[in-house]
Design a protein around this ligand. Structure first.
Ligand SMILES: [Zn+2]
Length: 312
């Protein structure tokens, strides 16, 4: 489900599954569309999206959640102006301090939160008509807090009602496995779960464990400073025959709301993977089929909308 409506999975083409166009870290109590000018953001970001297109990209999955600068109208406009597929999300970013969570999270049940997200899926986000293409969450630190558990229960219910894949920003392997367990308790198949920021865990055994269960293991944050480490993690999955569960992305971009001009000097481009990292994978012996799996086949499968429950 793109910001312009549904497409067949293969139409996504070459896809980056975890990037950002705009973020605002002011906090849930102050976040507002009044804090930025949509035209200025679009003007600043558009050339970076065009460079992504020129480097071979066709779909960019925007992972900025609600209360952190999610703006479906901005994404729809940029999609129309660039020809790229863009996806946005529903769900909440449950950071440790709750800085990016609205107060109703603490007052409502998981079912009530799920009802909000399911309404976005069915009716579109606000009055934009744009539907979310996945569920994006953050849940911190194993053992997972009561609030974190509530968010996961809400995500599970939303998945069952919508078929949207659940991507969770995760601090480490122990938390990822605990999240998987909670979702499985709801009967959700691990293939509906993306372990976002799997590179935060340096123990490849835990990546393998999650992948063997069927979860998507996402190594994002790929850039010049981390390429050796990322290569090691991805190559380890390859050696274990688990490349078909791996997603790769930059976690780049970021028009920074509240900073002058969105701080264009800090905006990371969406091209490193195509210009540097894939050539490196090829030099190391990765085949065309394996590259295709990483940047086309896997994201297309991961973001296909279908209810995935455990067959009993
Ligand atoms: Zn991110």
């Amino acid at each position: 489900m793109t910001v312009k409506g549904p497409v067949t999975p293969s139409a996504l083409g070459t896809t980056l599954p975890h990037e950002h166009i705009m973020v605002d870290f002011i906090g849930a109590d102050s976040v507002s569309k009044d804090r930025y000018d949509l035209d200025s953001v679009a003007t600043m970001v558009k050339p970076f999206l065009q460079d992504f297109w020129k480097s071979g990209g066709q779909t960019l999955i925007e992972c900025t959640p609600n209360y952190l600068g999610r703006d479906p109208a901005l994404l729809k406009r940029l999609s129309e102006e660039t020809g790229l597929n863009l996806l946005t999300n529903t769900g909440y970013y449950g950071d440790e301090k709750g800085q990016f969570l609205p107060n109703h999270v603490y007052e409502e049940s998981a079912g009530q939160l799920a009802a909000r997200w399911i309404t976005e899926w069915k009716e579109g986000i606000g009055d934009t008509g744009v539907k979310p293409g996945f569920i994006k969450m953050r849940v911190d630190e194993s053992p997972i807090s009561e609030t974190g558990q509530k968010l996961l229960h809400a995500a599970a219910q939303t998945h069952k009602a919508s078929g949207l894949t659940i991507g969770v920003h995760t601090p480490d392997g122990a938390t990822a496995l605990e999240q998987l367990e909670i979702l499985q308790d709801h009967g959700i198949d691990p293939s509906a779960f993306i372990w976002i920021h799997a590179q935060n865990e340096d123990d490849s055994k835990i990546h393998q464990e999650a992948a063997r269960e069927g979860a998507w293991v996402e190594f994002d944050g790929i850039g010049p400073g981390s390429a050796d480490y990322h290569f090691k993690l991805i190559n380890s999955m390859r050696q274990d025959g688990l490349l078909d569960r791996v997603l790769i992305s930059h976690d780049a971009g970021w028009y920074r709301v509240g900073q002058p001009g969105g701080s264009p000097g800090d905006f990371d481009p969406y091209t490193y993977i195509f210009e540097q990292f894939i050539p490196r994978l090829k030099r190391a012996g990765f085949t065309e089929e394996e590259i295709d799996m990483l940047v086309r086949e896997n994201p297309q499968k991961a973001f296909t909308i279908s209810v995935r429950t455990i067959e009993s």
